[in-house]
Design a protein around this ligand. Sequence first.
Ligand SMILES: [Fe+2]
Ligand SMILES: [Fe+2]
Length: 474
Amino acid sequence: MAIDYQELIPNNVDLTDNKVLQRALEHWQPRFIDWWREMGPSDFLASDVYLRTATSVDAKGWASYGAVKMPEYRWGIFLADAVPDRRIGFGDEYGKPAWQQVPGEHRSVLRRLIVTQGDTEPASVEQQRLLGHTCPSLYDLRNLFQVNVEEGRHLWAMVYLLHAYFGRDGREEAEELLQRHSGDADKPRILGTFNEPVSDWLSFFMFTYFTDRDGKFQLKSLAESGFDPLARTCQFMLTEEAHHMFVGETGIGRVVKRTLEVMKELGGDDPAAIRSAGAIDLPTIQKYLNFWFSSSLDLFGAENSSNAASYFAAGIKGRPDESNYEDHTARDAVFELALPEGETGIRSETIALRNAMNEVTRGAYVRDCEIGVKRWNRLIAKAGIGAELTLPSPRFRRAIGAWAGRSVDPGGQPIAAAAWQAQQDHWLPSQSDRDFVRSLMQRVTAPGKMASWIAPPDRGINNLPVEYAYVHLQ
Ligand SMILES: [Fe+2]
Ligand SMILES: [Fe+2]
């Protein structure tokens, strides 16, 4: 379905046919712009940025590219096309028609899930709002802003659902999505990871690789929902989300590549020498990876969750790629969990598969995370270096679930608390690591030039050269 750009709010949901909804959203729109101007990349409001904007929702050619000032970006409401006679694909309601309205008995749960998803979108823009000042290149600066405007659009997607389907409390929730702020002591964002500051570009690339990928899996679960407008909204968001993870994967890959070049020039792997040459040593990259991977794992929730079971049973939230499973009701199936025993033991427990849905989704996420790690390791191997980056065990440094607060080493072995503390600075970025990474964050804005710690990308955006002036700073 084509998107109507004549409207104040571009959309493919026939907003003109619903004047009440249209007015409510047009009332919210200036508040969103105010939020963007204040809490978004506020020092770059006048810059022309080479951005893509969604212009249709079909698989080929859904975006158009051009120079845009970010506050003038056409944030809109786009749902994937409806599937005629769509049926619920899992749980006790399996095979029944998908819901076009919110079933009364699921209203508060659906509202909560939509608010929680919606809250992460502006949160990430807030977390990244100062990064533009230290961009390693104009190419990267443009990618940061592309991610930011699309997270803004994802907020629009969730606000549309709240306004269109949840009446007055939906409108109130939409207001509050602009009132909570990342890291705010009084009104923080809902999920912990989205209150962590993202104040350097290595963290930004880790965030887009690991935390946006959590977003991918949450969206994949919600794209299965029996609530059809939610499913269609999330399906289209996934199209945009893929670019965010591309930014993360290629960003980390380029950092690794630059480090390998410096190691080759130096003929060694001495971290101090690599750092003096302006690159980031592999052990430091590994520590950042450990931090952001473990933080993102918490976003999936507890391993054993009666909420997850009831969302699945009710047809509210499915498994990512539900159609790949044979048994869509998962009524009698079981799941084997590894749980802590005493200080240093591990025991296994069998639980109902429905209760383990968070863990099932987390497992799919971990396998997806492995793909990039393998690519980075191929770069390292090709350079003839005998080192590897690895994902730590999902039990490492958890704050939510059965392993929360446990002392577990990156290999997954529970250890004594004192031993963990003694090793902490080898596994996670220490203050001096963070200070060093921050010291590298110097703004580079000559077209085609890169900061000392990152290799250029293999290609530019939309077939343009890497040297293209992707942002015109004002
Ligand atoms: Fe998003
Ligand atoms: Fe994203």
